[in-house]
Design a binder for this molecule. Structure first.
Ligand code: AMP
Length: 126
């Protein structure tokens, strides 16, 4: 669990999904993680993977999560990509962090995109 609980908003949308207060289209769940479909998909496959612990961001997670939770989340990301049929075709993993990245939901999450050729990594160049 995070030591940074004061910065964590217990009412963020993913916290509410984790508490079962609002529905999600669940793809995978284990002790430490939950995966579900993004409500506004930006690719034929667009699935989110989140830790069950209360972590705002990658920084919070890296600094405060036990190693077992970090390992479990990464394994979940790879597992979900396989569940979604992307293992052979490939996929992109993205985690927005903070204002410059336009992180909307303040609970760490990995986006998994796939199901087509995804094009260049960023649209806007330097
Ligand atoms: P980010 O900008 O990285 O914080 O991405 C947040 C993502 O959460 C967006 O892609 C949203 O479409 C997605 N999202 C927001 N609310 C929900 C929800 N209730 N269920 C599934 N995905 C959601």
């Amino acid at each position: 669990m995070s030591n940074n609980k004061s910065a964590y908003d217990d009412n963020n949308i993913f916290a509410r999904i984790l508490r079962g207060e609002i529905p999600c289209k669940k793809i995978y769940e284990d002790t430490h993680s939950l995966a579900f479909e993004d409500i506004h998909p930006q690719a034929p496959v667009h699935t989110l993977v989140i830790p069950k612990g209360k972590y705002v961001s990658m920084k919070d997670f890296a600094e405060n999560a036990p190693d077992a939770e970090i390992a479990a989340l990464l394994r979940s990301v790879a597992k979900v990509a396989e569940i979604k049929g992307l293992k052979e075709s490939g996929y992109r993993i993205l985690a927005n962090a903070g204002a410059d990245a336009h992180q909307e939901v303040p609970h760490l999450h990995f986006h998994i995109f796939g199901g087509k050729a995804l094009g260049p990594m960023l649209v806007d160049r330097i």
